[in-house]
Design a binder for this molecule. Structure first.
Ligand SMILES: [Zn+2]
Length: 339
């Protein structure tokens, strides 16, 4: 059983402890929740990957956060690196990954109205809708599978058998990685999907102008790897190239006040030497992971909380469960990230 399933099992049993108690006993008064998009209209390119909160669900999350924490500034986050992720005050700082169009059209105006600062982590290869992230391709394919004629399914299965003889189409699409780009494109052809047309018509990502506007509005723009490939399937050289090229783009095009990098997918299995190299070469001021509430060993690396893991996007439950899980692991000395 992975930690996600255990957290889901724990979630209904955390309600009896007041949030303030959970916050105080953990010592983690600064939380960094993150999402990808917020939308009232269905987004087929995301719907198979995580549950996108509606505007009212997202607002409910903000109400909970504002009740228990103060909105942090970029400076507060920067200072957090010097205090090992610990803060005297209850603070929260939201962030949003992958540079999706909803960040500009829905999320930023909402946060601005409420006076909340945030970070947006972008993948340069996707900016301006130049390329579609392979996981988004998977989601589009999964959504169209029920409309494909049996003859089409047969051709797709035959194609898949050549590379993955033991996987069904759905299994493959649920796990498809960066290295499967070509196969995803070939399946799209069989399914009658046109990813280029989708990018052109739907504009799922922000363009550079919109990103620059967000920065003008006081939001922090950070990098998230060039093309969101899986670091756990990449060599160290490849990882370093992804980090330095995306940070170079960020500094050249955006020039943010703080240079921040959020690891794509996860920082799990990213070795210490990557952190050492990135810090020695001063590639970033701050880096971010997605391990929830955890104690970190790398000083300027901060862990964020994945908020889309909760049923009905109940942020209150997600955060409660994170604290509860942190507390349980601390009993066994497992609340620290080891690399
Ligand atoms: Zn991402």
């Amino acid at each position: 059983m992975n930690s996600g399933s255990i957290k889901r099992l724990l979630s209904p049993y955390t309600g009896f402890i007041p949030v303030e108690k959970l916050i105080a006993s953990s010592g983690h008064r600064f939380v960094l929740p993150f999402w990808h998009a917020v939308s009232d209209v269905p987004l087929p390119h995301l719907s198979q990957l995580y549950r996108v909160p509606t505007v009212s669900e997202f607002e409910r999350n903000l109400v909970f956060l504002l009740k228990n924490y103060k909105p942090a500034s970029v400076d507060d986050v920067f200072r957090l690196a010097d205090t090992n992720g610990k803060s005297e005050q209850n603070l929260f700082f939201p962030s949003f990954d992958d540079g999706l169009a909803e960040c500009y059209h829905v999320i930023a105006p909402l946060l601005k109205r409420k006076g909340i600062q945030a970070a947006f982590f972008i993948n340069p290869a996707f900016v301006g809708n130049k390329m579609l992230f392979h996981r988004l391709k998977s989601s589009l394919l999964l959504n169209s599978i029920t409309q494909i004629k049996p003859s089409g399914i047969k051709s797709a299965e035959q194609l898949l058998q050549q590379k993955f003889p033991n996987k069904s189409i759905v299994q493959f699409l649920r796990q498809a990685a960066f290295t499967d780009h070509l196969l995803l494109d070939q399946l799209a052809e069989i399914f009658g999907l046109d990813f280029e047309l989708f990018l052109k018509q739907k504009q799922p990502y922000m363009n550079l102008q919109q990103i620059k506007e967000l920065q003008k509005d006081g939001f922090l723009i950070g990098a998230h790897g060039m093309d969101h490939r899986e670091f756990f399937l990449s060599s160290e050289d490849e990882i370093m190239e992804q980090i330095s090229a995306s940070m170079e783009f960020l500094i050249w095009e955006i020039n943010p006040p703080v240079n921040a990098f959020a690891f794509p997918f996860t920082d799990f299995k990213v070795s210490n030497s990557i952190f050492e190299k990135a810090n020695t070469d001063r590639l970033w001021d701050l880096s971010f992971g997605t391990a929830g509430i955890k104690d970190e060993t790398v000083k300027n690396h901060l862990q964020r909380i994945p908020m889309e893991s909760g049923v009905n996007n109940d942020g209150k439950k997600v955060i409660r469960t994170e604290y509860f899980w942190y507390y349980l692991k601390s009993v066994f000395g497992k609340n620290k990230v080891h690399r």
